[in-house]
Write a protein of this length. Structure first.
Length: 198
C-alpha cells in the first residue's frame, strides 16, 4: 500500500517533509527523521506537556523514543507519527498509532495517542489528526478496532477521545506505572470500525 511504504532513514528532513504518508486538512503525518530530535526533546522536557506522565524525558530518553517509533513504523507500517502543520511544515509533536501488548484485559491492541507542543493546543489539531489516523487505521491498515488510554485526571485527552467517537470501556491500573501510584489509575476507550464516521 502506498500509505505504508517504508521510507529510507537516509532522507534529509526537508525531503522527508514533502513525502507525507497521508494528510488531513491542516496536518501532515510522516515517519520520524533525525532532525526532529531537538524539537521532540524540547516537547518531552516541557512539564506542562508531560503533566499526566510520571516525569519529563531527558534528551537521551527522547532519542530512544524517536528510534523506537521508527522501528515500530518499519515493523508495522505505522507509529505515533511525526506531525507537521502543512501550511508552514512546522513540527508540532505526534499523533498516531502504536501496537500495545502490556498485560490488560483489552490488549494486545492498537492504541491511538497524541502529544503536542503547547503552541499547538486549543486549535483542534489533536481531534483533527486523531480522526485522520482512525481513517488510516480502518481503511488502509484494515484494523477492526482502536483503543486509547489516559490517566483518570487527563481530562483534555479524554475529551479528544470522546470527540472522535470513542466510548469509555473501563478503568484499570496501568501495569507499566506500578512505581508511580499517582499516575497508575487509568481509563481506556475503544472505537470499532463500524462506529467511525469518516
Amino acid at each position: 500500500m502506498e500509505h505504508t511504504k517504508v521510507y529510507s532513514p537516509n532522507f534529509n528532513a526537508r525531503e522527508m517533509s514533502k513525502k507525507y504518508l497521508f494528510e488531513s486538512e491542516r496536518l501532515g503525518f510522516r515517519n520520524w527523521v533525525e532532525a526532529d530530535l531537538p524539537e521532540f526533546a524540547a516537547l518531552n522536557a516541557d512539564p506542562d506537556v508531560m503533566e499526566h506522565f510520571p516525569y519529563t524525558l531527558s534528551y537521551a530518553q527522547s532519542e530512544a523514543s524517536l528510534l523506537k517509533f521508527r522501528t515500530h513504523f518499519n515493523e508495522r507500517g505505522y507509529c505515533y507519527f511525526a506531525t507537521d502543520v502543512l501550511e508552514s511544515e512546522t513540527f508540532i509533536g505526534f499523533i498516531g498509532l502504536a501496537y500495545q501488548d502490556y498485560p490488560a484485559t483489552f490488549t494486545p491492541a492498537t492504541d491511538i495517542g497524541w502529544r503536542l507542543k503547547q503552541t499547538a493546543w486549543g486549535k483542534g489539531f489533536a481531534t483533527e489528526g486523531a480522526n485522520r489516523c482512525l481513517d488510516f487505521a480502518f481503511n488502509d491498515l484494515k484494523l477492526n478496532h482502536i483503543v486509547s488510554v489516559c490517566t483518570k485526571r487527563n481530562t483534555r485527552s479524554e475529551h479528544v477521545m470522546q470527540k472522535i467517537g470513542m466510548t469509555k470501556k473501563g478503568d484499570f491500573l496501568h501495569p507499566a506505572l506500578t512505581e508511580f501510584p499517582d499516575h497508575q489509575e487509568c481509563m481506556w476507550y475503544q472505537i470499532d470500525k463500524d462506529e467511525h464516521a469518516p
